[in-house]
Design a protein around this ligand. Structure first.
Ligand SMILES: *Cc1c(COP(=O)(O)O)cnc(C)c1O
Length: 810
C-alpha cells in the first residue's frame, strides 16, 4: 500500500468525522492526535496480520522477550518513521494547519519502566522488528507507570502518572485471548493410569487480559507484537456478586485486590518493596505469557520435542525467572510430559540476561512466600533444586559452603539468579567488563560448572529513535554527507571519520549542535525559568539517581569550582552549564538528599552575581525518554562517572556519543568499549579501575576520612554539607550525605576519585577551547557510534543465543 500525503489528509478527515463527528477545521489538537494515531494503527494493522500469518505459515522460530519493564517513549513519530511516512505526514498536517510536534506533545509517555533495563527492552523491540526477526515483547500493562517527579523547594515530590487517562491509541484489548493465572490454594495429587497427577485446588483465579501494541519495523513491512497483560476478575461482576452472597464491600475488596496486580510499576530499579505484590506481578506476567506461547505453539500441530526449535524465551534480568518452573508445570501437569523431557525442553528454550552485580539488587524471595502464593511452582523449584544439589554433591562432596552458595533454595530463600542460570541455555552480561566480572567473580562457581552457557552481549540503542528522531539536523547532514545506507546499516556511520577535518562539514556540525543547544535552552527557560548561554559548555548528567552513579561527585566538583572562582574571580575557564536529570526511588533517602543538595547549590550559585556568566546549574524535573530526546542532542559533555565495576553497561553513554557529545568517564561498563572505538584522544577517562575498586572491597585499605583530612579542597566541600554554607540545605540533609562520605567510609569512592575527576574536568575545559579539536572529537564519536546500535546487539542475540532467523530488508 502506497501512502501519499493526499491519502493521509483524506483518511485523517474521515477519521475525525467517524470518530468525533467533527470537521478537520473544527477539530482540537487532541482529536487530531488521537485520530492520527488510529490511522497509523490502521496502516500498521495489515502488516501486523500479515507478519503474524507468515510466521504461522512458515513455522518460523519465535522469540519472546519477557521483561517486567518496557520504557517505550512516545510512539507517534517513531511509528511514522518506521512505516516510512514521517515526511508525508508532516506535510499533510502542515497543509491542514497542524504541527506534528504540537500533536506529539499531547501523547502521554507510557512510563512502564524505571530506566536502563526497561529502555533496553524497548530498543530491542525496535531492532527485532527492524531486522525482521519474529520477536515479541511480553510484560505488564501497569495502570500507573513510574511516578511523575516535581520539585517542591528542591525536594523530590512524586505524583501518580495516570498515562491512560485519555486512552491509549496504540493498544488493542484482546479479551478473547485472556488466560487464568492461579494463586494460592492447595496441591493435591491423584493417581491416573498409575501415574501421579497434581491438581491445584481452591486457588484464587486472576484473569490476565492481553493488550497488544504493534511494533513496526523500519521500512520493512514487519509488524511484531508487544503483549502487555492487565489483571482482572474472571467472570462477570454478577457472578462475583453471587459468589460473595451480595456482600458489596467484599465484592469490591476482592476486585481491588485482583486489579492491584497490574496497578503500579515498582518505582525502584534495584530492590523490591511491597514484596508479595511484586511476587504476584512476576508470576502473573510469566504465567500469562507462557500460557499464550504454549497455546499458540499447539496450533502448529508439532510435537513438544520441537518446542525449543520453534520458540526462544528470553528473560530480561531475573524478574521473569518463574518462566522456568511455569513452563515445567505446563509441560508436566497439563501436557503429561515426563520430568526429564520437560526439563530438556525448558532448559533449551530459555536464555537469561544478567543486569547487575550490585549484590543488594540480586533477587531473592522468602521460601514461605513463594510456597504460599505459588504452591505448585514452589514444588517444582524444590525438585529442580533437589536434582541440582545432587549433581553438586557428586561434584563437590566436601564443600557444603559452595553447594549452599549455588543452591536455588538455601537459608529459606529462593535465589532467582541461581534458578535462571540452572534453568537456561545461555547466561549473558551486558558489556565486556560486566561479563568478565560475572565469569571471574560474581558467578564464578557457575561459570566453572557451565562454561558454555556464559557469553557477552554488549547493550545497544536504536539509532532510529536516538538519532533519526531526536536529532533531525544531524540526520540530514549525515544523509547529505555519506548518503543513507547508515540508516539500515548503522556501522556505515564510520565513513564520517573521513570528514573530521573537512572545514565545511565541521562548521555544519557546530551549527547543528548550536541549534540543538538553543532549543534545549528554550525548553529550560520555559520549564525552569533559567536563562542559559548556548555558547557555554553544556555538561550533562542524566540517569537514575543512585549513589554508585555518583551525581554527588558531580555536585561536589561544582561546589569546588564555585570556591575556585570566588577565590580567583579572573579564573580562565570556559563558561559552563551543568545540567542534571534524575529520579530517585521514593524510599531511597540518600538519593533524595542528593537531589536536594544539587538543587540547593543550584539556587546558591545561580543567584550569586560573582559567578554570573561562568557557571550555571539546572536540574530538570521528571527525566524521561521524551526529555532525554531533547536533552541529549544539545549536550557537549556526557558524564558517565559511576564507580568502576558498578555500572553493568550503561546505554545513556551510547545515546550521547551518537549525538556528538564527548564522554567524561570512568573505566566502567560500556564506557570501556566506547574508549576502544573512539581512541583515548577522543574521550576523557579518569579514576580507579574496576580491579582497584574490587581489590579495595576485598582487602580493605581505603579510608575516606584520611583523604578528607589530607586534601583541603576535599575537606572544604565536604564541610560545606554541614556548616551552613549552602543556605537551603538543612542540617539533617547535609549530615546524611556527610555520614555516607565520612562516617560510613564512602562506599563508592567519591573522595578517592575526586582529584582525578577535577583534573579530567580541567582537561574538558582545555579541549573545548580548541574548537577544531573539539569538533573533530565529536565527529569521531558520531562516526563510531554505529558499533553501539541495538541492531548490532540484536543480531548477535539472534545468531548467538536464540538461533532465530533474520529477515531480508525490503
Ligand atoms: C537511556 C535511559 C536511561 C539509562 O541511562 P544510563 O545513563 O545508562 O543509566 C534511563 N532513563 C531513560 C529515560 C533513558 O532514556
Amino acid at each position: 500500500m502506497i501512502i501519499t500525503k493526499e491519502k493521509i489528509k483524506n483518511d485523517l478527515k474521515d477519521k475525525l468525522i467517524n470518530h468525533y463527528a467533527v470537521d478537520i477545521n473544527e477539530a482540537t489538537n487532541f482529536q487530531v492526535y488521537f485520530s492520527l494515531g488510529n490511522l497509523i494503527r490502521d496502516y500498521a494493522s495489515r502488516g501486523w496480520i500479515y507478519t503474524n500469518n507468515s510466521y504461522v505459515k512458515y513455522k518460523e522460530k519465535q522469540v519472546y522477550y519477557f521483561s517486567i519493564e518496557f520504557l517505550m517513549g512516545k510512539m507517534l513519530k517513531a511509528n511514522l518513521l518506521n512505516i516510512g511516512i514521517l515526511k508525508e505526514c508532516k506535510e499533510a498536517l502542515s497543509e491542514l494547519e497542524f504541527d506534528i510536534d504540537d500533536l506529539e506533545k499531547l501523547e502521554p509517555e507510557p512510563g512502564l519502566g524505571n530506566g536502563g533495563l526497561g529502555r533496553l527492552a524497548a530498543c530491542f523491540l525496535d531492532s527485532m522488528a527492524s531486522l525482521a526477526i519474529p520477536g515479541h515483547g511480553c510484560g505488564i500493562r501497569y495502570r500507573y507507570g513510574l511516578f511523575e517527579q516535581r520539585f517542591i523547594d528542591g525536594h523530590q515530590m512524586e505524583v501518580p502518572e495516570n498515562w491512560l487517562k485519555e486512552g491509549n491509541v496504540w493498544e488493542i484489548r484482546k479479551p478473547d485471548k485472556a488466560v487464568i493465572v492461579k494463586f494460592r490454594g492447595k496441591i493435591d495429587w491423584i493417581k491416573e493410569d498409575g501415574e501421579l497427577k497434581f491438581v491445584h485446588k481452591n486457588y484464587e483465579p486472576v484473569l490476565a487480559v492481553p493488550y497488544d501494541t504493534p511494533i513496526v519495523g523500519y521500512e520493512n513491512s514487519t509488524v511484531n507484537n508487544l503483549r502487555l497483560f492487565s489483571a482482572e476478575i474472571p467472570g462477570s461482576e454478577y457472578d462475583l456478586a453471587s459468589a460473595c452472597h451480595g456482600d458489596y464491600k467484599k465484592i469490591l475488596d476482592y476486585k481491588y485486590s485482583v486489579e492491584a496486580i497490574s496497578q503500579v510499576l515498582y518505582p525502584d530499579d534495584s530492590s523490591d518493596e511491597g514484596k508479595i505484590l511484586r511476587l504476584k506481578q512476576e508470576y502473573f506476567m510469566v504465567s500469562a505469557g507462557i500460557q499464550s506461547i504454549v497455546r499458540k505453539f499447539k496450533k502448529l500441530g508439532l510435537p513438544f520435542s520441537e518446542f525449543s526449535e520453534k520458540i526462544a524465551i528470553h528473560i530480561n534480568d531475573t524478574h521473569p525467572a518463574f518462566c522456568i518452573p511455569e513452563l515445567m508445570r505446563i509441560l508436566i501437569d497439563e501436557e503429561n510430559i515426563s520430568w526429564d523431557k520437560a526439563w530438556e525442553i525448558t532448559k533449551s528454550s530459555i536464555s537469561y540476561t544478567n543486569h547487575t552485580i550490585l549484590s543488594e539488587a540480586l533477587e531473592v524471595w522468602p521460601s514461605h512466600m513463594v510456597s504460599e502464593l505459588l504452591p505448585r511452582i514452589y514444588m517444582i523449584i524444590e525438585e529442580i533444586n533437589r536434582r541440582f544439589c545432587n549433581v553438586l554433591m557428586r561434584l563437590y562432596p566436601h564443600n557444603q559452603e559452595k553447594i549452599n552458595k549455588m543452591a536455588i533454595i538455601a537459608d529459606s530463600k529462593v535465589k532467582m539468579a541461581n534458578l535462571s542460570i540452572v534453568g537456561s541455555q545461555s547466561v549473558n552480561g551486558v558489556a565486556k567488563l560486566h561479563s568478565e566480572i560475572l565469569k571471574n567473580k560474581e558467578l564464578k562457581d557457575f561459570y566453572e560448572l557451565y562454561p558454555e552457557k556464559f557469553n557477552n552481549k554488549t547493550n545497544g540503542i536504536t539509532h532510529r529513535r536516538w538519532l533519526m528522531l531526536a536529532n533531525e539536523g544531524l540526520t540530514n547532514l549525515i544523509d547529505d554527507t555519506i548518503g543513507t545506507v547508515w540508516k539500515r546499516v548503522p556501522t556505515d556511520l564510520i565513513r564520517l571519520r573521513e570528514y573530521r577535518n573537512n572545514p565545511a562539514f565541521c562548521e555544519e556540525i557546530r551549527k547543528i549542535k548550536r541549534g540543538n543547544k538553543e532549543k534545549l535552552a528554550k525548553i529550560i527557560l520555559d520549564k525552569n525559568n533559567i536563562k542559559l548561554d548556548p555558547s557555554s559548555i553544556f555538561d550533562v548528567q542524566v540517569k537514575r539517581l543512585h549513589a554508585y552513579k555518583r551525581q554527588l561527585m558531580n555536585g561536589l566538583q561544582i561546589l569546588d569550582l564555585y570556591h575556585s572562582i570566588l577565590e580567583n574571580p579572573n579564573l580562565d575557564i570556559q563558561p559552563r552549564t551543568f545540567i542534571f536529570g534524575a529520579k530517585a526511588a521514593p524510599s531511597y533517602y540518600l538519593a533524595k538528599n542528593i537531589i536536594k543538595f544539587i538543587n540547593s547549590i543550584a539556587d546558591m550559585i545561580n543567584s550569586d552575581p560573582r559567578v554570573k556568566g561562568m557557571i550555571k546549574i539546572v536540574f530538570m524535573e521528571n527525566y524521561s525518554v521524551t526529555l532525554a530526546q531533547s536533552i541529549i542532542p544539545g549536550a557537549d559533555v556526557s558524564q558517565q562517572i559511576s564507580t568502576a565495576s558498578k555500572e553493568a553497561s550503561g546505554t545513556g553513554n551510547m545515546k550521547f556519543m551518537m549525538n556528538g557529545a564527548i564522554t567524561l568517564a570512568t573505566l566502567d561498563g560500556a564506557n570501556i568499549e566506547i574508549l576502544n572505538e573512539v581512541g583515548d584522544e577522543n574521550i576523557v577517562i579518569f579514576g580507579l579501575t574496576s580491579k582497584e575498586v574490587l581489590d579495595y572491597y576485598e582487602h580493605g585499605g581505603y579510608s575516606s576520612r584520611e583523604i578528607y583530612h589530607r586534601n583541603h579542597r576535599i575537606k572544604r566541600v565536604v564541610d560545606d554539607l554541614i556548616n551552613g554554607f549552602i543556605p537551603k540545605l538543612s542540617q539533617d540533609e547535609g549530615m546524611d550525605i556527610y555520614n555516607h562520605l565520612i562516617t560510613y567510609n564512602d562506599e563508592y569512592f567519591v573522595l578517592k576519585d575526586f582529584e582525578a575527576y577535577i583534573k579530567a574536568q580541567e582537561k574538558i575545559d582545555m579541549l573545548y577551547k580548541d574548537k577544531d579539536k573539539w569538533t573533530e572529537m565529536a565527529i569521531i564519536n558520531i562516526a563510531s557510534s554505529g558499533q553501539f546500535t541495538s541492531d548490532k546487539t540484536i543480531t548477535s542475540y539472534a545468531n548467538g543465543i536464540w538461533n532465530a532467523r533474520m529477515g531480508e530488508h525490503f
